[in-house]
Design a protein around this ligand. Structure first.
Ligand SMILES: Cc1cc2nc3c(=O)[nH]c(=O)nc-3n(C[C@H](O)[C@H](O)[C@H](O)COP(=O)(O)OP(=O)(O)OC[C@H]3O[C@@H](n4cnc5c(N)ncnc54)[C@H](O)[C@@H]3O)c2cc1C
Length: 400
């Protein structure tokens, strides 16, 4: 049994756990917090990006020191048209999160290279047998999916490259769907970090979670060649297989991830149903948690439960769009759903990603001729029909 008994033990030093630790250090410095991570470094290996309107100004303090790059606008491109949207876009990286955590927290607040194998509301056990008590335990060990949610997958390989000559890209390309459509809806995503440094990511909205890395890397190389980007060096690579959720039993999902400690991050189901992105959710959760006064295990578990339920309700509309994408559109036609979406008003698009669609937005999104067969669209939206039974897979994976 370890002699130390922190006020709060956070399990998992990834995005959600890291942001909670930073938020508590800033707003509740009197609390003794311990962040426990299985890897030696914190934050994993990611570039996390978000649209400016996804994070309210009141919560920006939590991200200010983490942002490595900001852009004023971004592009999308489809076979039928392309568009520049005047919405700000930001990126943060794992390296920066690791650095900031180590700068901000006292050394005793970080325990890396330690795997937690058992977690209760006030106790935990590590793989080396160490047991520890804490005032409260927060489980932020990443996504677990055991089949309670349904939908499909967003999977990708991203390569950060240095180009031989300036690549000429001035702003992010959040979706370039002019490429050959394979394995569902396919698009390239490009972030220009400097005149000669780019992240190029090949993404698939697919029925299957299998990612053929070698084939995707080849396609990234081919895309760079077609864009005239001679690759001098590959600086890094990231991979992801994220759930796209069109429905499911959220209460069962919560139960399956354990009933002991409070949960945070993707483990708590806090992510956007259509994109699998969780940064704005993690910021909201960390900021709200740090504003609390009661940090007892019971109070945090209740807070986490209520917060997750509210976010699930807020995601209802995005799940309908995911249902349309996976339930009604043939894989080869999925791009039409997004192509139509991106023709809509910029503010409506911003509100959709931020989970703040208004009633009028929802009507507007469904108004007019759907980009997929009407019968199947209605069945998918109603959550019934052959299309759903056939195409909505049961989501199972240990993603972290
Ligand atoms: C490559 C990639 C790129 C992404 N890009 C974006 C993006 O641009 N924007 C966005 O919003 N979202 C993005 N996402 C989706 C999502 O936001 C991330 O997956 C995010 O990291 C999830 O946060 P989390 O804290 O829930 O999980 P993680 O960040 O995965 O953190 C979980 C942490 O827990 C640790 N852990 C797991 N088990 C144990 C254990 N037993 N003991 C101790 N530690 C443990 C893990 O090592 C990890 O560090 C991306 C995902 C991936 C994979």
């Amino acid at each position: 049994m370890a002699t130390r008994e922190p006020d709060i033990a956070i399990l998992g030093g990834g995005l959600a756990g890291g942001l909670i630790a930073l938020a508590l250090a800033e707003r509740r410095p009197e609390l003794d917090v311990l962040l426990i991570e299985q890897d030696e470094t914190l934050g994993g290996n990611h570039v996390w990006s978000f649209f400016g309107p996804d994070v309210p100004k009141a919560d920006r303090w939590l991200l200010d020191s983490l942002v490595v790059k900001a852009w004023r606008d971004y592009d999308v491109a489809f076979p039928g048209y392309d568009r520049t949207l005047a919405t700000t876009y930001y990126s943060i990286t794992s390296e920066r999160l690791d650095y900031e955590l180590r700068q901000t927290l006292p050394p005793r607040a970080i325990l890396s290279g330690q795997r937690v194998v058992e977690a209760q509301a006030r106790e935990l056990r590590c793989a080396d047998g160490t047991r520890m008590s804490a005032g409260a335990v927060i489980d932020a060990r990443g996504m677990r999916l055991a089949g309670e949610l349904s939908g499909g997958w967003q999977k990708f390989v991203g390569r950060t490259i240095e180009t031989r000559k300036p690549h000429g890209l001035e702003r992010p390309v959040v979706m370039d769907a002019t490429v050959e459509q394979l394995d569902g809806f396919r698009f390239l995503y490009c972030l220009p970090f400097s005149a000669t440094m780019l992240l190029v990511e090949d993404t698939y909205y697919s029925d299957s979670s299998t990612l053929d890395r070698a084939a995707v890397v080849k396609r990234i190389t081919e895309y760079c060649r077609c864009r005239g980007w001679g690759v001098k060096r590959v600086l890094g690579e990231e991979r992801g297989v994220l759930p796209v959720v069109s429905g499911g039993d959220f209460a069962a999902f919560r139960r399956a991830t354990g009933s002991g400690p409070a949960k945070a991050g993707t483990r708590a189901g806090l992510f956007h149903p259509l994109t699998g992105y969780s940064l704005p959710h993690a910021v909201r959760f960390a900021a709200a948690l740090a504003a609390r006064t009661d940090f007892s295990a019971e109070a945090l578990a209740e807070f986490s439960e209520a917060h997750a339920r509210a976010e699930w309700a807020r995601g209802a509309y995005a799940r309908k769009l995911a249902a349309m994408l996976f339930g009604a559109a043939a894989p080869i036609d999925r791009y039409r759903v997004l192509e139509r979406f991106y023709r809509l008003d910029r503010k409506l698009i911003e509100r959709f990603y931020a989970g703040r669609s208004t009633f009028a937005d929802k009507l507007r999104l469904l108004a007019g001729k759907p980009p997929v067969p009407v019968g199947r669209a209605l069945a998918a939206l109603a959550g019934r029909g052959e299309a759903n039974r056939l195409r909505h897979g049961s989501l199972r994976a240990e993603i972290a």
